[in-house]
Design a binder for this molecule. Sequence first.
Ligand code: FE2
Ligand code: FE2
Length: 235
Amino acid sequence: MTLATKLGVSKSWQPAYAAAARPTALEREMAAFEAKSILVPLGGADWQRTSGHTFETNTAEDWATIERQSAIYHRDRQAREVLTFLAASKDEPSYGWQTNNYGHSLQTATRALRDGADEDMVVLSLLHDIGQNIAPVTHGEFCAAMLKQFLSDDYLWLLSYHTVFQRYHRFNHPTSDRLGREKFRGHPAFELTAYFCEKYDQNAMEPDYPTLPLEAFQAMVYRFFNKEPRFVGRR
Ligand SMILES: [Fe+2]
Ligand SMILES: [Fe+2]
C-alpha cells in the first residue's frame, strides 16, 4: 500500500506508473531500489551506527552517539556544501547575459571586496543569488534563510529585498516597476540595499571584468560559517 493510498489522497497527482496494469521497467527498477536498505558509510573509522532506526526507538546511548558524531560531522560542512553547490554551477549556460550565475556571483563578490566591504558583505555578495535557479522568485529570501544565523538584520533585509531594488536599474525595461523600492524608503537598510544593487549587483555581468576565482573567497566562507551564530537551534 502506498502512502497516498493509506492517507486517502487523490490519485490525480500520482505518477502514471502507479496506475499501469503491468509494472513498467521504471516501476520495477524503483521497487527494487526502494526494497533494498541503503547503508551509507560512516563519517569516521571508529564511528558507530545507532541501534534504533527511528527517533522513537533510539536509546539514550544512541542519542549520545549521534550528538558526539554530529558535532564532528557538521564542523565545516555548511561552508563546504555551500561552496560545492556554487562550484557545481560553474559551467552552466547563460540565458542571455555575458556571464552565467556563477560568474555573476564571483563578480559581485569581487566588486564588494575591491570596494573595501566587510567580510560579511563579501560573502553575502558571493552567495546572494545561489538560489537563483532553484527558487527563482524567492531567491533573496532563500539566501537570507540560509545565512540567518550569521548576518545582521540589515544584511538579511538587503538579501530579501535586493530583487525589488534591482528593478530600479532596468532603465530600458518595458514593464518593470522601477520605483517599487520607494515604498521602503526610510527603512534602516534602504541605502545599504540601494548601494549593493548599484555598485555590486546590477553591473556584475561584465565579461571582461577581472573577476577573482572561487578559491579567492574560500577561506572567507569557512570563517563566515564558523562564526559564533546569532542563535542556535530552531526558531
Ligand atoms: Fe538576485
Ligand atoms: Fe545578483
